[in-house]
Design a protein around this ligand. Structure first.
Ligand SMILES: CC(C)(COP(=O)(O)OP(=O)(O)OC[C@H]1O[C@@H](n2cnc3c(N)ncnc32)[C@H](O)[C@@H]1OP(=O)(O)O)[C@@H](O)C(=O)NCCC(=O)NCCS
Length: 141
């Protein structure tokens, strides 16, 4: 991801997830040296993944596909590329947090080797109240 991608990436993330990252979050992550990967389709940004590295572990901080392009395999390809890059950067494990209600994302993570390792009660805000975060981990070894 380049600074020139910021607006398109922030716009698609806002459409994909009302609670997702803002332009400021992406800009801060770029400045902090996180690994930000854009997947393009027909020359346009179609999705974004953000990964933070800490020594030999990493965390998937954000992943989103433009709603107009979801359900066609782009999310899987982006997750696989994020895991490949993390492995190439020396990470042996990847962590993430996902809303309990996000069945689509949880299924994608499970089919890519992620296992549930914990839960944070009432972690995320929702339109009606709060919901749990499910903590997941995958080995990259
Ligand atoms: C989660 C997200 C990134 C997946 O991207 P996508 O391009 O729609 O997903 P893909 O087409 O690559 O499908 C990936 C897997 O998701 C699951 N999936 C896809 N569509 C689904 C649906 N309608 N219902 C249930 N599971 C579904 C399947 O497991 C699928 O794998 P399979 O085809 O081998 O069964 C995307 O839906 C998104 O941006 N959601 C909003 C933001 C978000 O929730 N991010 C995750 C935060 S932790």
């Amino acid at each position: 991801m380049q600074p020139a991608d910021l607006e398109a990436v922030a716009a698609l993330t806002k459409r994909a997830d009302p609670f997702g990252w803002t332009l400021r979050n992406f800009s801060d992550a770029l400045a902090a040296g996180n690994t930000l990967t854009v997947i393009e389709e027909e020359g346009a940004a179609a999705g974004i993944a953000a990964v933070m590295h800490v020594i030999d572990e990493c965390e998937l901080l954000e992943i989103a596909i433009d709603p107009d392009r979801q359900g066609r395999g782009l999310g899987k390809r982006l997750l696989e590329e994020a895991m490949r890059l993390a492995r190439a950067n020396g990470a042996v494990r990847m962590f993430l947090e996902v809303r309990e209600s996000n069945a689509r994302a949880r299924k994608m993570y499970t089919s890519h080797g992620f296992e549930q390792t914990g839960r944070r009660k009432n972690y995320y805000p929702t339109a009606e109240g709060r919901e749990d975060a499910v903590l997941m981990t995958a080995s990259l070894a």
